[in-house]
Ligand binder design. Structure first.
Ligand code: MSP
Length: 506
């Protein structure tokens, strides 16, 4: 059976989840749902990154132990992901015993390879990024991502011989031009690589909130070295009870993340895996960063977008839809709430919601709610739906979420035009019932296709749409007959779905 393993970054628990966390996780969810529908065995992993200086500091500020603080924040992530109908197969926390064991086992492998040595680190460290920095990474002496001057660190550490893998990384990039996507990010990573990789510390001795280094409890494992290993822990690497799971799903098909942490995934992680003699993931796909009204989103500016507020105002499916439809996946996006309201009212309330409610209302009026039996379904739809299914499949294979939605919306628009042209309310007056039966049965069939095509994106609404037209529960796997233009719903009883997307008054 074909398998598909997708991951999100594991999120820091220094604060409650924000829009960026929600976005990456929804994207991973759409991919997981798409691949499940295609009949593949899917494993979808998300979770939290709970060690490191940033979390230790935040917990101390709150007068709490780091573990207690992490336990509190992790609940907020789980709550948000549940609200967003995220279908992850597991949720990993780096403070779990399973991860501590995997992490220490990984360390030992790298050590046995001769890739870990002790040395003094004298340099910069940005707690916001949890990264060792160079002067050249700074803008006006500050980390551009966190707008803060990094601290000067002098520390005895264990180092990873990252530079030893320079050549192998170059080969990886030359042989697998799709290892990093989109292309612009691939080029950035290649340029980074060509500047030359330097060894980095992979332990910390000045902080104690972390996984102890095997055989040297004065050091904890550097939080990034610890965190990346979650992708292995999550599918049971080195766990005898999970051998089958690991063998089926590693290497991962795609690691998703934003550009801020791409180099860790595209350059450090493969080197760690090469050192540990583990095969490499197939792809790192990096999306862009959101700004709000043209400005960087930050707590200090006070322009944070609260995912809960948007979901509570517009509904979970509107949230999922908007962020995938508005921007091309991979690019930066500037968020404006008025755009949300416009898309919601136009695309969801008008185009989609109205189509379903007016077709079902007409069935109630003209055919006692039953899908009529039609002798000749409108054949022009057959070609269109076949084309949309092909576009849907190809777009989602390429993570082109916006493109997939655009082709579904072409079908929705076409169906709305068809209603206006056919005028079933006029056809209803004719003696000959064949034309109205054909028109209404064709419309139900097209709505069935739309409902199925939308399943990965807006699962709750898809279910409501399909139930309204008398279809059975959502299929777990799409059969060829599901994608074919047909008559499966004829004779079924339809029910008005209630307002799918109530108009939003600003
Ligand atoms: N803990 C590390 C990741 C370790 S993965 C082995 C981390 N955590 S984070 O909480 O800072 O999350 C970063 C990720 O959140 C980004 O890569 C991205 O997926 C998402 N986003 C955070 N802010 C974002 C925006 N402003 N815009 C879009 N996504 C962003 O880094």
């Amino acid at each position: 059976m074909k398998t598909f393993y997708v991951t999100t970054p594991i999120y820091y628990v220094n604060d409650v989840p924000h829009i960026g966390h929600a976005y990456t996780t929804v994207c991973a969810d759409v991919l997981a749902r798409f691949h499940r529908l295609q009949g593949e065995a899917v494993f979808f992993l998300t979770g939290t990154d709970e060690h490191g200086q940033k979390i230790a500091q935040k917990a101390a500020e709150q007068g709490m132990e780091p573990q207690a603080y992490a336990d509190m924040i992790v609940g907020k992530f789980k709550e948000l992901f549940e609200k967003l109908t995220i279908s992850n197969d597991d949720f990993i926390r780096t403070t779990e015993e399973r991860h501590i064991q995997a992490c220490q086992a990984f360390w030992k492998r790298v050590q046995e390879k001769g890739d870990i040595y002790k040395a003094k680190y004298e340099g910069l460290y940005c707690t916001g990024c949890e990264s060792f920095k160079d002067e050249k990474d700074l803008v006006d002496g500050k980390c551009p991502d966190h707008n803060k001057a990094p601290e000067w660190l002098v520390e005895e550490d264990y180092f990873f011989a990252w530079s030893k893998y320079q050549k192998q990384l170059e080969e990886l990039f030359h042989e697998h031009k799709d290892f990093v996507e989109p292309k612009a990010r691939y080029n950035e990573m290649l340029a980074f690589l060509e500047r030359g990789i330097q060894d980095i510390p992979i332990s910390r001795s000045l902080i104690s909130w972390g996984i102890p280094v095997p055989d040297d409890p004065d050091h904890v494992i550097y939080v990034w070295f610890d965190a990346l290993i979650n992708y292995l822990t999550g599918i049971g690497w080195e766990n005898p009870e999970k051998k089958e799971l690991y063998n089926s799903f590693w290497p991962a098909n795609v690691h998703l993340m934003a550009k801020d942490i791409l180099s860790k995934h595209a350059l450090l992680w493969p080197a760690m895996l090469l050192s540990a003699s583990i095969s490499l993931p197939k792809k790192c796909f990096s999306h862009g960063f959101f700004t709000k009204d043209g400005m960087k989103i930050s707590k200090s500016i006070g322009n944070v977008i609260d995912p809960h507020q948007l979901i509570d105002t517009y509904g979970v499916d509107a949230f999922r839809y908007f962020f995938l439809r508005e921007w091309t996946f991979g690019e930066d996006g500037d968020y404006r709430e008025e755009r949300f309201a416009i898309r919601y009212n136009n695309d969801l309330a008008n185009d989609l919601g109205n189509l379903v409610s007016r077709v079902v209302a007409m069935l109630g009026k003209y055919t006692d709610g039953k899908v009529p039996v039609s002798t000749t379904l409108d054949q022009q739809f057959e070609k269109r739906t076949t084309k949309v299914w092909a576009a849907w499949e190809s777009s989602l294979e390429r993570l082109a979420f916006k493109e997939a939605l655009e082709s579904i919306w072409e079908l929705i628009t076409f169906a709305n035009v068809y209603v206006d042209e056919q005028k079933p309310w006029v056809l209803a007056k004719a003696e000959d019932k064949i034309p109205i039966y054909n028109a209404l049965a064709s419309l139900v069939e097209i709505i069935r296709h739309i409902g199925l095509l939308l399943t990965p994106f807006i699962p709750e609404s898809s279910e409501k749409i399909l139930t309204a037209i008398g279809s059975d529960a959502l299929p777990l796997v799409l059969a060829p007959t599901d994608k074919a233009w047909g008559t499966s719903l004829q004779g079924k009883l339809t029910t008005l779905p209630g307002v799918l997307f109530p108009k939003h008054q600003p």
